[in-house]
Design a protein around this ligand. Structure first.
Ligand code: URA
Length: 234
Protein backbone atom coordinates (compact mmCIF):
# COMPACT_ATOMS: atom_id res chain seq x y z
CA UNK A 1 0.00 0.00 0.00
CA UNK A 2 1.34 3.49 -0.64
CA UNK A 3 2.27 5.60 2.35
CA UNK A 4 -0.47 8.17 1.81
CA UNK A 5 -3.11 5.42 1.82
CA UNK A 6 -1.61 3.90 4.95
CA UNK A 7 -1.94 7.15 6.87
CA UNK A 8 -5.39 7.74 5.43
CA UNK A 9 -6.73 4.31 6.43
CA UNK A 10 -5.27 4.73 9.92
CA UNK A 11 -7.19 7.95 10.53
CA UNK A 12 -4.52 10.63 10.07
CA UNK A 13 -6.88 12.98 8.23
CA UNK A 14 -7.96 13.64 4.67
CA UNK A 15 -5.78 12.42 1.82
CA UNK A 16 -4.50 15.98 1.41
CA UNK A 17 -3.59 16.17 5.10
CA UNK A 18 -1.88 12.77 4.97
CA UNK A 19 0.14 13.82 1.91
CA UNK A 20 1.18 17.00 3.71
CA UNK A 21 2.32 15.07 6.81
CA UNK A 22 4.54 12.95 4.56
CA UNK A 23 5.99 15.72 2.39
CA UNK A 24 6.66 17.88 5.45
CA UNK A 25 8.95 15.07 6.68
CA UNK A 26 6.83 14.29 9.74
CA UNK A 27 6.48 10.56 8.99
CA UNK A 28 9.22 8.05 9.78
CA UNK A 29 9.54 4.33 9.19
CA UNK A 30 12.35 2.44 10.95
CA UNK A 31 13.91 5.73 12.02
CA UNK A 32 14.08 7.12 8.46
CA UNK A 33 11.96 10.02 7.21
CA UNK A 34 9.70 8.87 4.39
CA UNK A 35 8.93 11.94 2.30
CA UNK A 36 7.25 10.24 -0.66
CA UNK A 37 3.45 9.81 -0.40
CA UNK A 38 3.55 7.28 -3.27
CA UNK A 39 6.22 5.05 -1.72
CA UNK A 40 5.02 1.44 -1.54
CA UNK A 41 5.27 0.12 2.01
CA UNK A 42 4.46 -3.34 3.29
CA UNK A 43 1.91 -3.18 6.08
CA UNK A 44 2.87 -6.48 7.73
CA UNK A 45 3.92 -5.73 11.32
CA UNK A 46 4.41 -2.08 10.29
CA UNK A 47 4.82 0.60 12.92
CA UNK A 48 5.36 4.12 11.63
CA UNK A 49 5.95 7.36 13.53
CA UNK A 50 4.13 10.64 13.00
CA UNK A 51 5.82 13.59 14.72
CA UNK A 52 7.81 11.01 16.68
CA UNK A 53 4.77 9.15 18.02
CA UNK A 54 4.63 5.48 17.01
CA UNK A 55 1.46 4.06 15.46
CA UNK A 56 0.99 0.38 14.59
CA UNK A 57 -0.73 -0.29 11.28
CA UNK A 58 -3.96 -2.22 11.93
CA UNK A 59 -6.38 -3.01 9.14
CA UNK A 60 -9.17 -2.90 11.72
CA UNK A 61 -9.08 -1.29 15.15
CA UNK A 62 -10.12 -3.37 18.18
CA UNK A 63 -9.73 -1.38 21.35
CA UNK A 64 -10.57 -1.77 25.02
CA UNK A 65 -11.12 1.25 27.29
CA UNK A 66 -11.45 1.29 31.06
CA UNK A 67 -14.28 3.81 31.04
CA UNK A 68 -14.44 6.27 33.92
CA UNK A 69 -17.70 7.77 35.19
CA UNK A 70 -18.76 11.06 33.63
CA UNK A 71 -18.18 10.09 30.00
CA UNK A 72 -20.79 9.41 27.32
CA UNK A 73 -20.41 6.70 24.68
CA UNK A 74 -21.13 9.19 21.91
CA UNK A 75 -19.05 11.32 19.64
CA UNK A 76 -21.46 14.18 20.24
CA UNK A 77 -22.23 13.98 23.96
CA UNK A 78 -25.22 15.84 25.37
CA UNK A 79 -24.20 16.60 28.95
CA UNK A 80 -20.81 15.08 29.70
CA UNK A 81 -17.47 14.41 28.11
CA UNK A 82 -17.10 11.92 25.25
CA UNK A 83 -15.18 8.65 25.66
CA UNK A 84 -13.58 9.56 22.32
CA UNK A 85 -11.74 12.33 24.14
CA UNK A 86 -9.84 9.58 26.00
CA UNK A 87 -8.62 8.04 22.75
CA UNK A 88 -6.30 9.19 19.97
CA UNK A 89 -8.28 11.23 17.43
CA UNK A 90 -7.31 8.72 14.71
CA UNK A 91 -9.93 6.32 16.06
CA UNK A 92 -12.90 8.65 15.58
CA UNK A 93 -11.48 9.69 12.19
CA UNK A 94 -11.50 6.09 10.95
CA UNK A 95 -15.06 5.42 12.13
CA UNK A 96 -14.41 3.56 15.35
CA UNK A 97 -17.63 3.16 17.36
CA UNK A 98 -18.57 1.83 20.77
CA UNK A 99 -19.50 -1.85 20.89
CA UNK A 100 -22.71 -1.27 22.84
CA UNK A 101 -23.04 1.67 25.17
CA UNK A 102 -22.45 2.18 28.86
CA UNK A 103 -24.32 4.90 30.74
CA UNK A 104 -22.29 7.99 31.55
CA UNK A 105 -22.05 6.98 35.21
CA UNK A 106 -21.12 3.33 34.48
CA UNK A 107 -17.43 2.43 34.65
CA UNK A 108 -15.32 -0.41 33.28
CA UNK A 109 -14.94 -2.53 30.19
CA UNK A 110 -15.88 -0.75 26.97
CA UNK A 111 -14.93 -2.11 23.55
CA UNK A 112 -14.59 0.02 20.45
CA UNK A 113 -14.01 -0.97 16.84
CA UNK A 114 -14.32 0.08 13.22
CA UNK A 115 -15.21 -3.50 12.21
CA UNK A 116 -18.97 -3.48 11.67
CA UNK A 117 -19.25 -7.28 11.70
CA UNK A 118 -17.42 -7.44 15.01
CA UNK A 119 -19.69 -4.77 16.52
CA UNK A 120 -22.76 -6.62 15.26
CA UNK A 121 -21.53 -10.02 16.49
CA UNK A 122 -21.16 -8.66 20.01
CA UNK A 123 -24.30 -6.54 20.19
CA UNK A 124 -26.99 -8.36 18.17
CA UNK A 125 -29.57 -9.67 20.68
CA UNK A 126 -29.68 -13.15 19.14
CA UNK A 127 -25.92 -13.59 19.66
CA UNK A 128 -26.53 -13.61 23.44
CA UNK A 129 -23.07 -12.50 24.51
CA UNK A 130 -22.81 -12.59 28.34
CA UNK A 131 -21.83 -9.36 30.06
CA UNK A 132 -20.96 -9.29 33.74
CA UNK A 133 -21.59 -6.22 35.85
CA UNK A 134 -20.84 -5.41 39.47
CA UNK A 135 -23.45 -3.14 41.03
CA UNK A 136 -23.28 -1.43 44.37
CA UNK A 137 -26.83 -1.37 45.70
CA UNK A 138 -28.55 1.11 47.98
CA UNK A 139 -30.19 -1.59 50.11
CA UNK A 140 -28.79 -4.91 51.31
CA UNK A 141 -29.29 -7.76 48.86
CA UNK A 142 -31.45 -10.71 49.87
CA UNK A 143 -32.36 -14.09 48.45
CA UNK A 144 -35.73 -12.87 47.16
CA UNK A 145 -34.07 -10.18 45.06
CA UNK A 146 -31.43 -12.58 43.73
CA UNK A 147 -34.08 -15.19 42.87
CA UNK A 148 -36.19 -12.55 41.10
CA UNK A 149 -33.19 -11.46 39.01
CA UNK A 150 -32.42 -15.05 38.04
CA UNK A 151 -36.06 -16.02 37.39
CA UNK A 152 -36.79 -12.88 35.40
CA UNK A 153 -38.23 -9.45 36.10
CA UNK A 154 -40.67 -7.52 33.95
CA UNK A 155 -39.21 -4.20 32.80
CA UNK A 156 -41.44 -1.26 31.99
CA UNK A 157 -42.36 -1.34 28.31
CA UNK A 158 -41.19 -4.94 27.78
CA UNK A 159 -43.59 -7.78 26.95
CA UNK A 160 -41.38 -10.57 28.31
CA UNK A 161 -39.52 -10.80 31.63
CA UNK A 162 -35.75 -10.43 31.46
CA UNK A 163 -33.68 -12.92 33.43
CA UNK A 164 -30.03 -12.76 34.46
CA UNK A 165 -27.99 -15.84 33.64
CA UNK A 166 -26.33 -15.35 37.01
CA UNK A 167 -27.01 -13.12 40.00
CA UNK A 168 -25.06 -13.44 43.22
CA UNK A 169 -24.17 -11.27 46.20
CA UNK A 170 -20.45 -10.56 46.51
CA UNK A 171 -21.11 -8.60 49.65
CA UNK A 172 -24.12 -7.21 51.51
CA UNK A 173 -24.55 -4.40 48.99
CA UNK A 174 -22.47 -5.71 46.07
CA UNK A 175 -24.26 -7.60 43.31
CA UNK A 176 -22.60 -9.55 40.50
CA UNK A 177 -25.01 -9.83 37.60
CA UNK A 178 -24.53 -11.49 34.21
CA UNK A 179 -26.99 -10.69 31.42
CA UNK A 180 -27.20 -11.66 27.75
CA UNK A 181 -28.99 -8.59 26.42
CA UNK A 182 -27.90 -4.98 26.14
CA UNK A 183 -31.15 -3.14 26.77
CA UNK A 184 -31.28 0.51 27.74
CA UNK A 185 -30.34 0.92 31.45
CA UNK A 186 -30.90 -2.83 31.71
CA UNK A 187 -29.07 -3.56 34.95
CA UNK A 188 -30.45 -0.50 36.75
CA UNK A 189 -33.98 -1.35 35.61
CA UNK A 190 -33.64 -5.01 36.56
CA UNK A 191 -32.33 -4.18 40.02
CA UNK A 192 -35.11 -1.63 40.51
CA UNK A 193 -37.70 -4.21 39.40
CA UNK A 194 -36.26 -6.62 41.98
CA UNK A 195 -36.86 -4.03 44.72
CA UNK A 196 -33.42 -2.46 45.11
CA UNK A 197 -31.49 0.40 43.51
CA UNK A 198 -28.12 0.66 41.74
CA UNK A 199 -25.85 3.29 43.28
CA UNK A 200 -22.77 2.47 41.16
CA UNK A 201 -22.25 0.19 38.18
CA UNK A 202 -19.11 -1.34 36.71
CA UNK A 203 -18.72 -3.74 33.76
CA UNK A 204 -16.14 -6.37 34.44
CA UNK A 205 -16.43 -8.90 31.63
CA UNK A 206 -17.74 -9.47 28.09
CA UNK A 207 -17.78 -13.11 26.93
CA UNK A 208 -14.55 -14.48 28.38
CA UNK A 209 -12.71 -11.15 28.24
CA UNK A 210 -12.10 -9.60 31.65
CA UNK A 211 -11.12 -5.96 32.15
CA UNK A 212 -7.36 -6.12 32.82
CA UNK A 213 -6.66 -5.25 36.46
CA UNK A 214 -3.58 -3.25 35.46
CA UNK A 215 -5.47 -0.95 33.08
CA UNK A 216 -6.05 2.30 34.96
CA UNK A 217 -9.41 4.10 34.57
CA UNK A 218 -9.38 6.29 31.49
CA UNK A 219 -6.68 4.24 29.77
CA UNK A 220 -7.07 2.13 26.64
CA UNK A 221 -5.23 -0.67 24.90
CA UNK A 222 -5.38 -2.57 21.62
CA UNK A 223 -7.01 -6.00 21.80
CA UNK A 224 -4.62 -8.79 20.84
CA UNK A 225 -5.48 -12.16 19.27
CA UNK A 226 -5.93 -13.79 22.69
CA UNK A 227 -8.37 -11.05 23.75
CA UNK A 228 -10.37 -11.48 20.54
CA UNK A 229 -10.52 -15.24 21.10
CA UNK A 230 -11.57 -14.73 24.74
CA UNK A 231 -14.53 -12.62 23.57
CA UNK A 232 -15.93 -15.71 21.81
CA UNK A 233 -15.81 -17.76 25.02
CA UNK A 234 -19.08 -18.19 26.92
N1 URA B 1 -27.05 -1.57 32.41
C1 URA B 1 -27.25 -0.32 32.86
O1 URA B 1 -28.22 -0.04 33.56
N2 URA B 1 -26.34 0.63 32.52
C2 URA B 1 -25.23 0.37 31.80
O2 URA B 1 -24.41 1.27 31.54
C3 URA B 1 -25.04 -0.95 31.34
C4 URA B 1 -25.96 -1.90 31.66
Amino acid sequence: MNLESILFTQGFGSRRQCRALITEGRVEIDGTVSGDPNAEVTTDALTFCVDGAPWPYRERAYVLLNKPAGYECSREPQHHLSVFGLLPSQFAARGVQCVGRLDQDTTGLLLLSDDGQFVHALTAPRRKVPKTYVATTRHPLDDTQLAALRDGVLLHGEAQPVAAVDARARDTNVLELTVLEGKYHQVKRMVAAAGNRVEALHRERIGGLVLPAALVEGQWQWLDAADLAALQAR
